[in-house]
Design a protein around this ligand. Structure first.
Ligand SMILES: Cc1cc2nc3c(=O)[nH]c(=O)nc-3n(C[C@H](O)[C@H](O)[C@H](O)COP(=O)(O)OP(=O)(O)OC[C@H]3O[C@@H](n4cnc5c(N)ncnc54)[C@H](O)[C@@H]3O)c2cc1C
Length: 440
């Protein structure tokens, strides 16, 4: 039997694909519902996302939705949300959305445009352990690093580009440099397929709920608290409301955050447990703010805005939820979600709630020319938000082959990709691998 620990998106995907292969599995989840970091609350007519706000889908993910019947509640992002904005010198400016408009729009200076052209002919280098910041500075210069890389990395990873590694965060860019001699050439030759952003009718929480509804063997309020080696695999202790239950499994799939995995594996693999404990997870918070539409002067025609660190704003940026998806709030209101904290802003996350709310409100009112106070505001704190793909994550890879020989597998957001789509795809690949290994 394969025991999957944790029913976030990674565990749900692994379980669904093992079920499709007809394998014997059990998915156990400590909480009383599935989803992990995916959480939505509905209050006062607003749909508030406490974790992910959307999922970027290619055909493989859309097929998975169809398979698991998630497609019935899917809501596609409005076309206007293709526009993304970056804060620069007191105004929000539209980010060029393709390499050609990068050269012809006024977003970057003439000198940076020359650097983009020069990148095509720049000698490739292989610098082990190079950070994202160093890589971008070397290939494209400081302005592009400050105004494109920095806000993007804050928006996706809540991260600090001078700590994250290019080889673990964006391995494809390193591959383009070595294969084509240039990342621009690589991007042109491997034009990414069309992807679209989606949410669900009642919010992102519908995604894990819909997948879980298709699973035959899922158990909630079941917290794994100990794993020991047994004759043909592992004996796992699970804390349930009625007491501790011990079950036997020949294969384990671990999807819990690394600080939990470290506790579970400390007896079997003390060095791996130390490596898992060292993975950094900065704190952040989501602040939801609602204004009357008639009070907002700025046109919110886009997905949202990102604030480069160099521009010294309070939040890392905000999502314009009511511009992207329909029915996020009543039609006469607008809903913003700001993110505060992450690796670069740990000082701000330490402020009390009312200070954070006040600062976000001030930033929104100033930057979007809003005439009156918000009609609603709420903060949601996440103590450990997003794993940082720095040197500490890289060391995990050294342990994985030996673990796999002993039938312990990881499918988690701190290895090979943090996005929901990555987690779904990794779940499938792992289920296929286990099926193949056990069919021999
Ligand atoms: C604020 C925020 C915004 C984000 N925005 C986006 C976005 O817009 N788009 C996107 O694609 N991605 C986004 N992400 C990233 C994405 O949400 C996560 O990477 C993903 O949800 C992680 O899923 P997971 O299943 O790997 O882990 P988790 O969600 O952490 O799931 C692990 C599960 O294990 C359970 N568990 C823990 N301990 C035990 C135990 N001892 N026994 C049993 N079960 C246990 C937990 O309760 C949890 O359900 C965002 C993340 C955050 C925090």
């Amino acid at each position: 039997m394969v025991l999957i620990i944790g029913a976030g998106i990674s565990g749900l995907s692994a379980a669904w694909h093992l079920q499709k292969h007809g394998m014997d599995y059990l998915l156990v989840e400590a909480n009383d519902k599935p989803g992990g970091y995916i959480k939505t609350i509905q209050t006062e007519g607003y749909v508030l996302e406490l974790g992910p706000n959307s999922i970027l889908c290619d055909q493989e993910i859309l097929d998975f939705f169809k398979d698991t019947k998630c497609d019935q509640q899917l809501v596609e992002a409005k076309p206007v949300s293709k526009a993304r904005y970056i804060y620069r010198k007191g105004a929000y400016r539209k980010l060029p959305d393709n390499p050609a408009s990068l050269l012809f729009s006024g977003f970057f200076s003439f000198s940076s445009k020359l650097k983009i052209l020069a990148e095509l002919f720049k000698k490739p280098e292989n610098i082990p352990g190079e950070t994202l910041d160093a890589f971008f500075n070397r290939r494209l210069g400081k302005e592009i690093s400050d105004y494109a890389l920095n806000p993007f990395v804050q928006g996706v990873y809540a991260g600090n580009p001078s700590r994250l590694l290019v080889e673990t965060t964006f391995p494809v860019l390193k591959e383009y440099e070595s294969k084509y001699g240039s990342i621009i050439k690589g991007l042109i030759k491997n034009k990414p397929g069309r992807k679209k952003s989606f949410n669900f009718k009642n919010g992102m929480q519908e995604l894990p709920s819909a997948i879980a509804a298709q699973l035959k063997n899922i158990q909630y309020s079941a917290r794994v608290n100990r794993i020991v080696k047994s004759e043909n695999g592992y004996e796992v202790s699970i804390q349930e409301p009625a007491g501790v239950r011990k079950i036997k499994a020949n294969t384990l799939v671990i999807t819990t955050p690394p600080f939990v995995a470290a506790e579970l594996l400390s007896g079997l693999y003390p060095q791996l447990a130390q490596a898992l404990k060292r993975i950094e997870y900065p704190a952040m918070c989501a602040v939801h703010t609602v204004f009357n539409k008639s009070d907002v002067e700025a046109e919110l025609n886009g997905f949202g805005v990102l604030n480069p660190y160099i521009e010294n704003q309070f939040s890392s940026g905000c999502i314009w939820n009511s511009s992207i998806f329909s029915a996020r709030c009543p039609a006469d209101k607008v809903l913003f979600t700001n993110f505060v904290g992450g690796s670069l802003h740990q000082d701000k996350i330490k402020l009390p709630d009312d200070e954070i709310l006040k600062n976000v409100k001030k930033e929104l009112i100033k930057n979007f020319q809003i005439r009156k106070e918000p009609v609603f505001q709420k903060i949601y704190r996440i103590e450990k938000a997003i794993p940082q793909y720095n040197l500490k994550v890289k060391t995990l890879n050294d342990f994985l082959p030996n673990l796999e020989k002993n039938s312990i597998f990881f499918s988690a957001n701190y290895i090979n990709g943090v996005s929901l789509s990555d987690c779904i795809k990794k779940g499938k690949r792992l289920a296929d691998k286990i099926f193949k290994l056990q069919s021999r």
